[in-house]
Design a protein around this ligand. Structure first.
Ligand SMILES: Cc1cccc(C)c1Nc1c(-c2c(F)cccc2F)nc2cccc(C)n12
Length: 233
């Protein structure tokens, strides 16, 4: 039985990533609006657009605090953010929706998503994903590390220094592997299950591109930040 040991450096890395993950949350005024505004497909879509915009801002701040990220080539930093944004956002919203928040925020967010004019073909896989994330009962540090690993995916479009990103991602994968062994001793396949979620995220990424197109076709408005991060005109 291999003795799994988390080194001092790895413990510092986990702390840095977890602090950044917890420090960057969606502002209260945005979440409060979710509980107050009335329900209509237009209003729901408008609120979800605000939440999405806020999630992108939170994601950018979190990413800047990933140890080593700012040492990457500047253009690669942008390519990684644009390429991973929606996957990191699916993870973040899955984590929010799978926690039963005291404020009833989770139920309201779910209700607004269901009634935001999104077509069933996207709704089903999205909620299946939220459920599958909830069933994993990830700890905060596992969630933060899984999001970090998603962001540091080397094969995103336009990434030039593939190896530099791969090296950074491997550092995070090693830490997450050890954490899973130590925190889920009864589930030897737990780490593999977490990585399996990343594959599901890629499928959702494709659905999201189609969702954007269909929203655009139905003349839904996005914010400048959402247009920029997802290259929408
Ligand atoms: C905030 C939110 C939470 C859960 C589901 C959805 C549909 C949203 N909202 C959007 C998402 C999005 C996201 F923010 C996180 C996860 C998956 C996503 F589809 N992407 C976009 C892009 C343009 C406009 C909106 C309203 N939008």
């Amino acid at each position: 039985k291999e003795k799994v040991e988390i080194t001092k450096e790895q413990r510092a890395l986990i702390k840095a990533i977890l602090d950044a993950y917890n420090r960057h949350q969606i502002p209260q005024d945005v979440t409060k609006k979710l509980l107050q505004e009335q329900y209509s497909a237009e209003e729901n879509f408008l609120l979800l657009t605000e939440v999405a915009t806020s999630q992108v801002q939170v994601l950018v701040e979190f990413t800047k605090n990933i140890p080593g990220f700012l040492s990457l080539d500047r253009e690669d930093q942008i390519a990684l953010l644009k390429g991973s944004a929606v996957e990191a956002m699916f993870l973040r919203s899955a984590q929010v929706l799978s926690k039963k928040m005291p404020s009833g925020y989770t139920e309201v967010l779910e209700e607004r998503i269901r009634k935001s004019g999104m077509s069933e073909e996207f709704m089903t896989p999205m909620f299946n994903f939220y459920k599958s994330i909830g069933e994993l009962h990830m700890t905060q540090d596992e969630q933060a590390l899984l999001t970090t690993i998603t962001i540091l995916t080397p094969d995103r479009p336009y990434v030039k220094s593939h190896e530099a990103v791969e090296r950074l991602q491997e550092t995070m994968l090693d830490v997450l592997r050890k954490l899973c062994v130590l925190q889920h001793p009864q589930e030897p396949q737990y780490f593999a299950r977490l990585l399996g979620r990343l594959t599901e995220l890629r499928t959702l990424h494709h659905y999201h591109v189609e969702m954007l197109t269909s929203w655009k076709t139905n003349d839904h408005k996005f914010t400048p930040l959402l247009c920029e991060i997802w290259d929408v005109q």
